[in-house]
Design a protein around this ligand. Structure first.
Ligand code: PLP
Length: 224
């Protein structure tokens, strides 16, 4: 293995304060890299393509907690529903309804995070704060017995300006507290703030993150 996964993993873990979990983003990396991290005790991994995830989930230890971090098309939910622990990037009621349907079919509760679009970059994905408020205000999510809304996820702008990145994380944190109070004050499961990637996770943990998604720093550059 060209990459010292064990050393890199411990380097990241050493930077995380208590209460912040690491999702090791293993997309496009071989199973051997995941096994190396698993051997060091890492149990939570993130993938962004359902086929790749399926192959890895079938081949690797069953106590791995798989997170789906990419954009998920509604018609692909059925492929990952049997084993996915958390779907991190939910940005529509339509997707929530499909997760409910597939969760019911497999008699399991699937954890989800709502993805916010806060960064300045153009992207089709993620809910604006207003759209997220509307989705929660609509209330239908409360009826979905096979979906557990556990928190929020976002990506900061891909810039060098630490001030701007911090501001975006703060905006997401403030919004988390707003919706926590309004919709989830009696729900201890709603607690996750998934922000921070290789280039900004150390900033993220100072701005409310409870869950960082780090790939490159652990596994090296991805080969597409
Ligand atoms: C790929 C990816 C990551 C990990 O990015 P790195 O820069 O390699 O740490 C985190 N979150 C999402 C949503 C991703 O797609």
């Amino acid at each position: 293995m060209e990459v010292d996964v064990a050393r890199n993993l411990h380097g990241v873990l050493d930077n995380l304060p208590a209460g912040v979990r690491l999702v090791a983003i293993s997309k496009f990396h071989p199973k051997e890299y995941i096994e190396a991290a698993y051997g060091e005790g890492q149990r939570v991994f993130g993938e962004s393509h359902e086929q790749e995830l399926k192959g890895k989930a079938e081949a690797l230890p069953k106590d791995i907690e798989w997170h789906f971090i990419g954009h998920l098309q509604t018609n692909k939910v059925k492929y990952i529903a049997p084993y996915i622990a958390m779907i991190e990037a939910v940005d529509s009621l339509k997707l929530l309804r499909e997760i409910e349907k597939q969760g019911a079919r497999h008699d399991r509760v699937i954890k989800v995070l709502l993805e916010l679009h806060i960064a300045e970059e153009e992207t089709k994905y993620g809910l604006t704060l207003e759209a997220c408020r509307q989705l929660l205000e609509n209330g239908e999510w409360r009826e979905l017995k096979h979906v557990q809304v556990c928190g929020l996820m976002m990506m900061a702008s891909n810039v060098d300006d630490e001030g701007q990145i911090s501001k975006e994380f703060d905006k997401a944190s403030d919004f988390f507290h707003e919706v926590k109070e309004r919709y989830f004050s009696d729900d201890p499961e709603f607690r996750e703030r998934s922000w921070g990637m290789s280039n900004d996770y150390q900033i993220a943990v100072r701005h409310g993150s409870t869950m960082v998604r780090v790939g490159t720093t652990i596994f090296g550059p991805r080969v597409y």
